[in-house]
Design a protein around this ligand. Structure first.
Ligand SMILES: Cc1cc2nc3c(=O)[nH]c(=O)nc-3n(C[C@H](O)[C@H](O)[C@H](O)COP(=O)(O)OP(=O)(O)OC[C@H]3O[C@@H](n4cnc5c(N)ncnc54)[C@H](O)[C@@H]3O)c2cc1C
Length: 434
């Protein structure tokens, strides 16, 4: 646990501030807070900035993300209630909501996960500036920062160099932190009304139908999905199916739960290892690890490059990107006239999910064919995706735009070829364009 100030006071009053770690299992910061504290107040803050419009003219967090988050919080809340406690959901930014609450309840320390992204870091700094003791811990990556064979701020820029470095050093994911055996009692707080659930998308065509209980937000459904995924042969076929465009099974669909932390990457990895020890490793299971390493690399690149990843030019020396607002609006609506792109964009808006292959195709099309600003595309994905994750989204957009750390420049996908390779029979286009 890192902190600027005092150590967690044994028997003290702790406020646990949930962010992208909406789980009880494998949550070391929560486990430590529970073990050390005399009372524990679990809190989630609903930042109104998430429901405001972006500079591109649409809401920052759209309806699919709102609903998946709502369900994730409801599940967490149920779990706290079952253990005699309660999750307090507060309106307002943490910096506005927490200092007064902490003073009122004589809280000794705030514990929260460490998120290496600028806005998230700023929020912690603001709490400290308001006089709170805040303990943070990086806990939603695959590896512990201390186990890496390099300083986290010196992570290799190139993915292959990063992967080889951790493989060579045989870095292992830490053992899972157990669900806290006991939850300290909660201090008395006045009732705050629970937020009303936004509508769920019931589109039967969705590859991630989160309106169905087995794909719902929350740790309970996430763990069940993890168990289900690895109990059959899906992982063994993953490498062969992962580039498909439609269906619930062609890829793991772990990302929405990983994004809000209802599942941890270490839990996924542990389940994968258990699967491999039962049926043996396969190309498919090894490729899932490879993809988790991409996620890890994008997380660590934020530690190395921080705010520079948010500049229009990113890390490159390229000039400011051009932008065509009308073309961007057509792209968002799925009305570019390019059938594969339009089908993908309609799926994204209708369901909040899109295959990795089509994320690459539509992002490339926006940047390289429509000559639009990559940051507008990244913001649209942020608004739509149920699995929006600041590190993976920023990293992938920069990668395709050629403004990140990849030495090979941007990635331009030939839409005609992609259509031939991945939708030769037109089934995907027919699904979304008719
Ligand atoms: C432009 C663009 C934006 C993206 N934005 C996001 C985002 O906001 N959130 C997000 O989680 N992923 C993002 N991705 C990465 C990837 O598309 C999704 O992680 C993946 O499609 C999620 O479905 P899955 O869980 O079935 O993935 P699987 O193919 O089953 O992969 C397993 C896990 O590996 C990780 N992973 C796979 N591919 C990538 C990748 N390219 N980068 C980082 N991690 C990866 C994810 O955690 C995923 O859950 C983006 C990709 C592109 C091209």
């Amino acid at each position: 646990m890192t902190t600027d100030q005092r150590a967690l006071q044994p028997g003290g009053r702790t406020l646990y501030w949930f962010r992208n770690d909406l789980r009880l299992g494998d949550n070391p910061a929560l486990a430590e807070a529970c073990a050390a504290s005399g009372s524990l107040l679990p809190v989630f803050c609903h930042d109104p900035a998430q429901d405001a419009d972006t500079r591109w003219g649409f809401v920052r967090r759209g309806p699919h993300r709102q609903r998946f988050l709502h369900d994730s919080l409801a599940d967490l809340s149920t779990q706290f209630q079952a253990r005699g406690s309660r999750l307090l959901q507060l309106p307002g930014r943490a910096r506005d909501a927490l200092p007064a609450l902490a003073r009122e309840l004589q809280i000794d320390a705030v514990v929260t996960e460490d998120i290496a992204a600028p806005e998230e870091q700023d929020e912690v700094m603001a709490l400290r500036a308001a006089g709170l003791t805040v303990h943070t811990r990086d806990q939603s990556g695959l590896f512990a920062l201390a186990d890496l064979p390099f300083e986290p701020q010196r992570v290799p820029d190139v993915f292959t160099a990063f992967r080889q470095s951790v493989e060579h050093a045989m870095v292992r994911a830490p053992a899972l932190a157990p669900v806290p055996a006991r939850l300290p009692p909660m201090p008395a707080v006045s009732n705050v009304p629970s937020p009303t659930p936004p509508p769920a998308c019931g589109d039967a065509r969705s590859s991630f139908p989160y309106a169905r209980p087995e794909f719902a937000g929350g740790e309970t459904a996430g763990l069940a999905h993890l168990q289900r995924y690895f109990s059959g042969a899906l992982a063994q076929h993953y490498k062969a199916t992962r580039n498909q465009l439609s269906g619930t099974d062609y890829s793991t669909k772990f990302s929405p739960w990983l994004a809000c932390g209802a599942l941890s990457a270490r839990q996924v990895h542990a389940a994968l290892q258990a699967h491999e020890s039962r049926v043996g490793a396969s190309d498919g299971s090894r490729w899932i690890v490879f993809e988790l390493l991409w996620r890890e690399h994008f997380r660590l690149l934020h530690r190395r490059h921080g705010r520079a990843l948010y500049r229009a030019r990113g890390l490159s020396e390229l000039s400011e990107p051009s932008h065509d607002a009308a073309a961007f609006a057509r792209w968002c609506r799925g009305e570019t006239g390019e059938p594969l792109v339009d089908a993908g964009m309609r799926e994204l808006t209708a369901t909040g999910y899109l295959s990795n292959r089509l994320r690459q195709v539509v992002a490339s099309y926006l940047i390289h064919d429509l000559a639009c600003d990559w940051r507008a595309g990244a913001a649209w994905f942020e608004s739509c995706l149920v699995d929006f994750d600041v590190h993976s989204n920023q990293g992938n957009w920069l990668y395709i735009a050629g403004r990140g750390t990849d030495p090979r420049g941007g990635r331009r996908f030939n839409v005609e070829k992609q259509t031939r390779d991945h939708d030769a029979d037109g089934a995907y286009r027919a699904l979304w364009l008719t």
